[in-house]
Ligand binder design. Structure first.
Ligand SMILES: Cc1ncc(COP(=O)(O)O)c(C=O)c1O
Length: 424
């Protein structure tokens, strides 16, 4: 079926559901870091983080089909898969994070994290950044200003400016910049006190991915966590995008130097299969379970846990965390060569295979080159390379390819980007 017919059918059946690219792509097959379109063209996937260990990885597919052909049922029966997986997962986290609850999406995980934080603290007030996205349930939508504008619409929510060293608050740098952002956290806590809203905690994506992967001023998260706890709140690390080794470390909070009370995860966890989780300090989950009957029909079912275990197997056997660190550094090094001759590359950021490239009109003014970024994304797609854009001004090229992305793929991307930038 041709593209125009598919677009019309979608609109009729799904309403105005969002699509990527000026000319949307009709994908029919995936393998490793490659996606294949209906017209036979192949695209290098530099964008999709959910197929974490590669599109349709045979070991994940095999684990899924084997378990699906044996048993799939909810978790109110005894079964080993959920226990075996939980032991392996918890081993990767800080020792204080010792119990897990399973859900199906990142949104649900964050919703559940809010419930646990509010239950444990006895408060309601949640702080998030002004440009974040944590998901789509009613509670989580209230802490997702990325899609509702830059204001605080909910009385139980305060937003703080996301910490950023490229467009820093008041032009500050180093320790003074850290202090400025910490003052925002303190002001939000104070504002809850003034409004008579008891404080429950802070939620952040550990690496501020939806904010455009900013370089976070030194020590910010560790000290923000201390402020939150001193006020009786809990710290929630949303690892839905950051987690599972893409940064070169298993968890983004390790990279950022803080220890959360609650961690949420999803997206890459099941390589595309909908499995997600909330991990927290054991006593928080014990207390919550004591008071609240919580059950999730699909969360943690044997198929989900078999799939999630296969993802960990592949990550280990293929050394993907170290691979992400080394390959990501190589990509940034090669991008640095482009930046040396192109003033419009304002900043190159990220960790491991999380890569952000901020495009500006010129490096001096740092004026965002939003339209150029849109054209780069679309032209790269025409050249067979998929990426997207993010950030306050939609001027940060966002790359987070499946983890098997290798040096040869990096060279294809950087060489194509070089040519595209020269032409635009
Ligand atoms: C940081 C973060 N948290 C949570 C979510 C929501 O996850 P899901 O779409 O699985 O509900 C997203 C989705 O983009 C996300 O980026």
């Amino acid at each position: 079926m041709d593209r125009e017919t598919l677009i019309a059918r979608r609109r009729r059946l799904l309403g105005d559901a969002p699509l990527f690219y000026d000319e949307p792509l009709h994908i029919v097959r995936g393998e490793g870091v490659w996606l294949y379109a209906a017209d036979g063209r192949r695209y290098l996937d530099c964008y999709n983080n959910v197929p974490h260990v590669g599109h349709c990885h045979p070991r994940v597919v095999e684990a899924l089909t084997r378990q699906a052909a044996t048993l799939n049922v909810h978790t109110r029966y005894l079964h080993e898969t959920i226990l075996d997986y939980s032991e392996r997962l918890l081993e990767t986290l800080h020792e204080s994070l010792s119990k897990v609850m399973y859900v199906c999406t990142g949104s649900e995980a964050n919703d559940q994290a809010l419930r646990i934080a509010r239950h444990a603290s006895g408060g309601r007030g949640i702080i998030c950044t002004n440009l974040t996205y944590h998901g789509n349930t009613a509670a989580v939508d209230a802490i997702s200003p990325l899609f509702y504008g830059r204001v605080t619409p909910h009385p139980d929510v305060r937003t703080i400016p996301y910490p950023d060293s490229y467009r820093p608050r008041d032009g500050l740098a180093g320790a003074a910049l850290t202090e400025a952002y910490l003052a925002e956290v303190a002001a939000a806590i104070e504002s809850f006190a003034q409004a008579g809203v008891p404080f429950a905690g802070l939620i952040v994506c550990s690496i501020f991915a939806n904010e455009g992967l900013p370089d976070v001023p030194p020590g910010f998260m560790e000290r923000a966590s201390a402020l939150v706890r001193a006020a009786g709140g809990l710290v929630i690390a949303d690892e839905v995008q950051a987690g599972f080794g893409r940064t070169g470390q298993m968890w983004g909070y390790e990279l950022m130097g803080f220890t959360p009370d609650i961690v949420t995860m999803g997206k890459p966890m099941g390589n595309g299969h909908p499995v997600a989780a909330v991990v927290a300090r054991g006593e928080l989950i014990d207390a919550f379970r004591r008071d609240v009957m919580y059950f999730n029909t699909f969360g943690g079912n044997p198929v989900s846990c078999a799939v999630a275990a296969a993802v960990l197997d592949v990550m280990e056997d293929e050394g993907l965390i170290e691979h992400a660190r080394v390959t990501g550094d190589y990509v940034r090094e090669r991008l640095g060569e482009l930046a040396a001759r192109d003033e419009r590359i304002g900043d190159i950021r990220g960790h491991g295979l999380w890569i952000g490239v901020e495009l500006v009109h010129d490096r001096g003014s740092r004026e965002p080159a939003t339209d150029l970024t849109r054209r780069v994304v679309n032209t790269m797609k025409e050249r067979g390379i998929l990426m997207n854009r993010i950030g306050e001004f939609d001027n940060v090229l966002k790359m987070r390819p499946p983890m098997p992305f290798a040096r040869e793929h990096a060279d294809l991307v950087v060489d194509a980007l070089d040519e595209v930038l020269r032409a635009l």
